[in-house]
Structures are given as structure tokens and as C-alpha cells.
Design a protein around this ligand. Structure first.
Ligand SMILES: Cc1cc2nc3c(=O)[nH]c(=O)nc-3n(C[C@H](O)[C@H](O)[C@H](O)COP(=O)(O)O)c2cc1C
Length: 170
């Protein structure tokens, strides 16, 4: 219906329809169950990290994964230049870690136990399931930047119960 309106009415309606579609997409995606990750990077002595549920696998050979970062992120500059990132897949007990890395800006690593990984990314000791990546490509994706990484190392525990976006929201 929103699309039909945008085709049959003037410029002002089109702008309103884009806003409606954005809200509809957001609402629809709330029903799409995903895991929850914390993605970290280090570049020229600066670190950044944020919660992401846009993480997914892309290719097996080569081993590629991707995720998307909002162009309004306060750490966007770093993500535009870094050559590395690490994806920490959170388990069901790690809602506090998710809350820490969902905040905007500030030193999210303060007081945390972490060491530099094989690609230089901060590896969180609290997170046993992690993928270390070198940046493979970056693409513009509307109001997000799509970051693709080649997986260099995977660390995983024997058993794992993932945190989901549904569990986080409800
Ligand atoms: C469950 C969940 C998933 C999120 N997924 C993403 C994502 O895929 N990409 C993104 O840019 N922000 C995502 N966010 C929002 C960011 O985590 C949040 O805006 C971030 O902490 C911004 O950090 P920064 O501005 O310090 O870079 C998500 C938040 C939550 C709670």
C-alpha cells in the first residue's frame, strides 16, 4: 500500500511513505530471530565495539562473513579504515555484556579482560565463541555500511546456548 501511494502521489507523500516503510521494515524484522554478537576492532591504538545482530555468513570458500554498521555510529570513522574485526557470539547469560556494548560512544572496554587477537582485534575473555577476521570489502548499503570479513580463526566451546534478539527484547 505504501509503495502504491509513492507511485501515485506527489513528492511530499513519497517522503512520508519512505518513513512508513522504514518503520514497517523495523517492525517486521523484530520477528526475525537472530543471535546477538559484539563486534570489536582495533585500529591505530583505538578500539571500538558494538552489539550487532546483522552478522551472517556469506561464503565458505573463501570463508566470508558480513555485518552492517549504521552510518550514524560514533565509531564509523574507525570502521571505515580498520583492516580487522572480531565477532563475539554471545551466550544466553551475556545480557549485561550486550547492554554494555549497545551504548553509544564512551570507553566500552574499561575494566574488561581482553587481549589482542591474531588480526589485532580485541578478544573478550568473557566470550568463548569468536571469529577473527580481516576486512575483505566494504560496500555502501543505504544508511548502513556493509562490512565483509575473511575469517582467519574460529574459537568455540564444546557446548553453547546462544543469546537471541528475542530473548534480549522480551
Ligand atoms: C540486538 C541489537 C542489535 C544491533 N545490531 C546492530 C547492527 O547490526 N549494526 C549497528 O550499526 N548497530 C546495531 N545495534 C545498535 C548498536 O549496538 C549501538 O547503536 C552501538 O552501541 C553504537 O555504538 P557506537 O555509536 O559507539 O559505535 C544493535 C543493537 C542491539 C541491542
Amino acid at each position: 500500500m505504501a509503495l502504491l501511494n509513492s507511485l501515485t502521489t506527489g513528492e511530499r507523500s513519497t517522503i512520508i511513505d519512505i518513513a512508513v516503510m522504514s518503520a514497517e521494515l523495523r517492525d517486521a524484522m523484530r520477528h526475525w530471530v537472530t543471535g546477538v554478537t559484539v563486534i570489536t576492532t582495533s585500529w591505530r591504538d583505538q578500539t571500538a565495539g558494538l552489539v550487532s545482530n546483522s552478522f551472517t555468513s556469506v561464503s565458505l570458500e573463501p570463508a566470508l562473513v558480513s555485518w552492517c554498521i549504521d552510518l550514524r555510529s560514533s565509531s564509523l570513522e574507525l570502521w571505515n579504515h580498520t583492516d580487522n574485526f572480531a565477532v563475539h557470539v554471545l551466550d544466553e547469560e551475556q545480557t549485561a555484556l550486550a547492554a554494555r556494548f549497545a551504548k553509544k560512544g564512551g570507553d566500552k572496554f574499561s575494566g574488561m579482560d581482553w587481549t589482542p587477537g591474531i588480526c589485532g582485534s580485541p578478544m573478550l575473555a568473557a566470550s568463548p565463541l569468536a571469529l577473527e577476521c580481516e576486512v575483505w570489502a566494504r560496500y555502501q548499503g543505504g544508511d548502513h555500511l556493509i562490512v565483509v570479513g575473511r575469517v582467519i580463526r574460529v574459537t568455540r566451546p564444546e557446548s553453547f546456548a546462544p543469546l537471541t534478539n528475542h530473548a534480549l527484547y522480551h
